[in-house]
Design a protein around this ligand. Structure first.
Ligand SMILES: Nc1ncnc2c1ncn2[C@@H]1O[C@H](COP(=O)(O)OP(=O)(O)OP(=O)(O)O)[C@@H](O)[C@H]1O
Ligand SMILES: [Mg+2]
Length: 234
């Protein structure tokens, strides 16, 4: 692969996954991290930002609309990811921090204010990565009258932001299901995390369901976390 080609891809740092993705995720893609409760969606989103900050000094912003910043950081510490090691490059915001800002601007709708906020972060921090955890909460907060149209506009806005974005996307257990609002079509990539019961064990699997500009396998591979994420490829 040419040096330019390599630069155009973002490493996930998940062992085995970057090879499946021909080196990584195309830069400035919008990618859904989709899965049922407890499939380590937040952990995976955080892991990608954490390792890009740690190994490459690349900046990321993680917006947790659901879980508090403290709870998220405690979980990540439990996985051996110490935020203080990357605090220069990785900003973690939760709904509490955002709400403080929203109060100043209550004459606009929630979505407009959210966009102004994220745009300002981008300008000030020059982050290359963004995680929004989760889409379900964002859509609830935004109280969209016409979700399909408003999400279409939101994705167009995200593209203009020129960051690689991971959207945490909730799915029911044992089902691949997207809402009618079009998230599955509007994104460049979908990484699906799935828990499977096998005898008395419940194991985690990962599939790249979709990744534009990438020739990839759609197989479900076991995903392990020991000191880092690792795909087990037969
Ligand atoms: N070392 C580990 N190996 C495997 N699984 C782990 C490990 N540490 C924590 N977990 C599991 O990860 C889960 C939490 O991960 P995370 O919060 O990222 O999932 P999530 O998909 O974002 O969940 P939610 O649906 O609640 O948002 C816990 O339920 C825990 O069982
Ligand atoms: Mg989560």
């Amino acid at each position: 692969m040419s040096p330019k080609g390599q630069n155009d891809r973002i490493k996930t740092y998940v062992k085995g996954l970057d090879a499946v993705l021909q080196g990584g995720i195309p830069r400035n893609s919008i990618v859904l991290l989709a899965g049922s409760p407890g499939t380590m969606k937040s952990s995976l989103g955080y892991y990608i930002l954490y390792h890009n900050a740690l190994e490459d000094g690349k900046k990321g912003v993680y917006i947790s609309l659901e879980e508090s910043r403290d709870s998220l950081l405690r979980g990540m510490e439990g996985l051996g990811m110490d935020w203080t090691r990357v605090s220069k490059n990785l900003s973690i915001l939760d709904i509490g921090l955002i709400r403080n800002r929203l109060a100043e601007l209550d004459r606009h709708g929630w979505m407009e204010v959210f966009k102004i906020y994220v745009r300002n972060l981008r300008r000030n921090l020059e982050n290359e990565f963004l995680v929004i955890d989760s889409m379900a909460v964002l859509e609830t907060m935004a109280e969209m009258d016409n979700p399909r149209k408003e999400l279409f506009k939101f994705f167009a806005w995200l593209r203009n932001l020129e960051v690689t974005t991971f959207l945490i996307y909730e799915m029911p257990y044992n089902k691949v299901r997207f809402t009618d609002s079009g998230e599955g079509f509007l994104t460049d990539g979908i990484i699906h995390l799935e828990l499977r019961r096998e005898g008395n064990n419940v194991n985690l699997y990962l599939s790249v369901m979709k990744m534009r500009r990438t020739n990839h396998s759609r197989d479900y591979f076991p995903l392990l976390y020991v000191d880092s994420f690792e795909l087990v490829r037969g």
